[in-house]
Design a binder for this molecule. Structure first.
Ligand code: ADP
Ligand code: MG
Length: 728
């Protein structure tokens, strides 16, 4: 490892410079003495820097600006425009502390043309009052506002200057920071680090030639220097929007690190141990898998058979599976999960299934119990709402191993839960869980499988939000993916209608008709993101209105504030057709499965995102009756809302919807909870730098094959501590 990439020793702490304005080359001995004089401050600052991930010189050098401020020119006061951020200069002609409407410092300056600007400070020190005394020339930078008494800036950055104080020649970098660390301090620490570090190129020549040269980017050290101190003639726009070749160089390095890391994690998993779970012969009457398949009231679709085979094959291996099972809403992922669990149980291990909401977990529990308990398997249920006694029983069953399958919410990953022999972890709607939660579940199993601490369970993650290819490449390069691309037979396509809420009465008429012919109906209440209380109130009002308007129907209400037992009771009644019309908030968004429901009305559909609408709509079209989904909207309709609704009308294909959703929203929002691959990126973003992924991937493949040492060095430099996210 090159010297420069090593951690700096505490005594050469770059931070001791904080208290000194001494030139950069201050003698180390002196710095050390200073550090000892004021240990507290130094430690605190170092802690703060460490929080930013800045522990070594190399960290500082790679702490790149998040934006730039243009302080290279001055705007005459007369040309300031409210709403702009601007820099100007003028001489103080008035300085007073006002007490109404509150205590504040008002400083007035005018420039040579005689135009005036008020500087307003709501918090200030006595020293500032003095600094901005009559006759002092001030250079100020801030947001221009049109105030009551003319132009003003509130809390501008202020610096006393002479009339010949030069302006900076280059853009001023603004660094990501944290409370207690000033930009000026960071700049100094970084500039100092740059003088100490030589940042050698780490890419082996053949890699650079094949993958870097075509990009036409500068050497690494040049790139870094350009970004910290752009020359006056640099392309400002490109620097600011991140398209400058210097940025491209950095982003390529980072994406390369990400690809290397994901691929290495993938390879490294093959060296870890997991319980091997052999497949049983298709006629083995003692096998739970075989008995479950025999007992099913339906035959698996071709796609289900394929993914079951993929999963079953990997479970037989003695290294941990880490597989994403993606399949559209209603494609039948649950039985695939059940079969995987059965294979684990056949081999004498336990399986755990975790779902993001209690309603969903409850549905899984009901379904899997229905399949497995008749075959003699004990299923335990674990959720936050359990009574202490029930909870104790469930915990005991998990710990003793009498429960072969444990189903629940993230209650499963809480400390008290222990497993006897956990061999398989299944996570439904995995994108709703963060990396940390997945890590916790895995850690739980680590010391559980067979009492072997080096064991890791197999992991199966399920998602109904299909991931477009470029995203899969960056976010999930460490996962294997199985895809169900076929719906079970006998589903009639869902007809989607977009209807203005002016036609509400007509729609209510349709609901009555449908219910009276034996069908069941969902009525989804508007999403009110700002206020849960308001949303609840709306749901209750909608419920009361519908009860009053449709006295001949049995109407139920389900929302997030109901106690879990009440929720479960309503859902139960609905699945037994005792409730014909279910008024619901988005709590029914995921996983609810009532095949007889064939009409859904979504109020204020324009407020929902595409993925959410698709999930909601997936609650109907599960039985043999032709299903209808009514997207009721209120005017005015924004352009994006309109294109979302049109997409919903045009297709029911989850992959197509995901593709358009990505187009409309961009990848950051699309994925929801942070994924492992994303957590590693500081500079590159998929919105803007997607084109760099393919070259980075190609370079990663070649580097892993030919230059393993370079891989290690590259990862240490670019990821450092961040890499642990990957282990999720
Ligand atoms: P999702 O992939 O959305 O989790 P589910 O597993 O809930 O879908 O399955 C949706 C419905 O389809 C369930 O009622 C399930 O029992 C049923 N189902 C699953 N596979 C088949 C199949 N091969 N044939 C018929 N029905 C099936
Ligand atoms: Mg499901």
């Amino acid at each position: 490892m090159p010297l420069s990439d090593r951690r700096v020793a505490a005594s050469t702490d770059p931070l001791t410079l904080e208290e000194s304005d001494a030139p950069r080359a201050a003698a180390p001995a002196k710095k050390k003495a200073k550090a000892e004089e004021k240990p507290k401050t130094v430690v605190k600052t170092a802690d703060k820097l460490a929080k930013l991930g800045l522990k070594s010189d190399i960290d500082l050098v790679l702490h790149l600006p998040m934006r730039y401020e243009d302080e290279t020119s001055l705007m005459p006061i007369g040309e300031l425009i409210p709403g702009d951020i601007a820099q100007t200069e003028g001489v103080v002609f008035d300085n007073e502390i006002a007490y109404r409407p509150r205590r504040q410092l008002l400083v007035k300056i005018h420039d040579d043309a005689g135009d005036e600007l008020t500087l307003r400070f709501l918090n200030f020190y006595g020293s500032q009052v003095k600094q901005m005394a009559h006759g002092v020339r001030l250079r100020v930078r801030g947001d221009v506002r049109g105030g009551f008494f003319g132009l003003e800036m509130v809390h501008p950055a202020v610096r006393p200057v002479d009339d010949d104080t030069p302006l900076p020649q280059a853009l001023t970098p603004v660094y990501p920071s944290t409370a207690g660390i000033s930009q000026a301090y960071l700049r100094r620490a970084i500039d100092n680090a740059i003088t100490r570090v030589d940042l050698p190129e780490l890419l082996p020549a053949p890699i650079a030639k094949a993958h870097l040269q075509p990009l036409n980017v500068p050497a690494l050290l040049d790139a870094v220097k350009t970004l910290h101190h752009p020359r006056a003639d640099s392309d400002e726009t490109a620097l600011i929007d991140g398209t400058h070749p210097a940025w491209t160089r950095i982003k390529f390095e980072e994406l390369l690190a990400q690809q290397l890391s994901l691929k290495r994690a993938h390879e490294e998993r093959r060296t870890r141990a997991a319980p091997a779970m052999p497949r049983r012969a298709a006629d083995d009457d003692a096998s739970l898998v075989v008995r479950l398949l025999r007992a099913l009231p339906f035959a698996l679709t071709g796609a289900q058979q394929r993914v079951v085979a993929e999963i079953a094959g990997e479970l037989t291996l003695a290294h941990p599976m880490q597989r994403l099972l993606q399949g559209d809403v209603g494609s039948g992922k649950t039985i695939v999960a059940a079969l995987a669990a059965a294979q684990a149980i056949d081999s004498g291990y336990q399986a755990a299934l975790m779902a993001p909401t209690e309603i969903l977990a409850e549905q899984h529990a009901r379904k899997l119990r229905g399949w497995l308990e008749p075959l003699g398997v004990t299923v335990a249920w674990l959720a936050g709402s359990l009574k202490a006694k029930e909870k104790r029983a469930a915990l005991e069953a998990a710990a003793l191993g009498t429960a072969k399958l444990v189903i629940g919410t993230h209650a499963i990953i809480q400390d008290a839960v222990e497993f006897a022999r956990l061999g398989l972890v299944i996570v439904d709607e995995q994108h709703r869980f963060g990396v940390a939660q997945r890590l916790a579940l895995r850690a739980k199993a680590q010391n559980a499988a067979d009492g072997r601490h080096d064991f890791q369970p197999h992991q199966l993650m399920m998602s109904a939000t299909p991931i477009p290819r470029t995203l899969a490449m960056t976010y999930y390069a460490d996962l294997d993916v199985s895809t169900i691309d076929e719906l079970p037979p006998g589903r009639t396509p869902i007809l989607t209608k977009i209807v203005s809420d002016a036609r509400r009465n007509e729609i209510i008429g349709r609901v009555r008709e449908a219910a009276l012919t034996g069908r069941q109906v969902y009525w989804v209440c508007p999403l009110i993101e700002e206020s849960e209380t308001l949303q609840l109130q709306t749901a209750v009002e909608t419920y009361e209105t519908l009860v009053a308007t449709l006295p001949e129907l049995r109407v139920g209400l389900v929302h997030g504030r109901l106690a879990p037992a009440e929720k479960a009771a309503v859902m139960d009644a609905f699945s037994r057709n005792e409730v014909q019309l279910l008024v619901a908030t988005t709590v029914i968004e995921v996983g609810v499965d009532v095949p007889n429901a064939s009409l859904m009305v979504i109020e204020h559909a324009e407020r929902f995102g595409l993925a959410q609408l698709h999930q909601l709509r997936g609650r109907v079209g599960r039985g043999s009756a032709a299903s209808v989904c009514v997207l009721m909207y209120a005017n005015p309709l924004s352009q994006t809302a309109r294109s979302r609704l049109q997409t919903m009308r045009e297709t029911t294909d989850g992959f197509e919807i995901a593709r358009r959703d990505l187009e409309i929203r961009g990848p950051g929002e699309f994925l929801g909870a942070r994924q492992s691959g994303e957590a590693m990126l500081r500079f590159a973003s998929l919105e803007n730098d997607g084109w760099l992924i393919e070259p980075a991937r190609a370079a990663a493949d070649q580097m892993l094959a030919q230059f393993p040492d370079a891989v290690t060095r590259h990862l240490a430099r670019w990821l450092g501590a961040r890499e642990h996210y990957l282990k999720a």
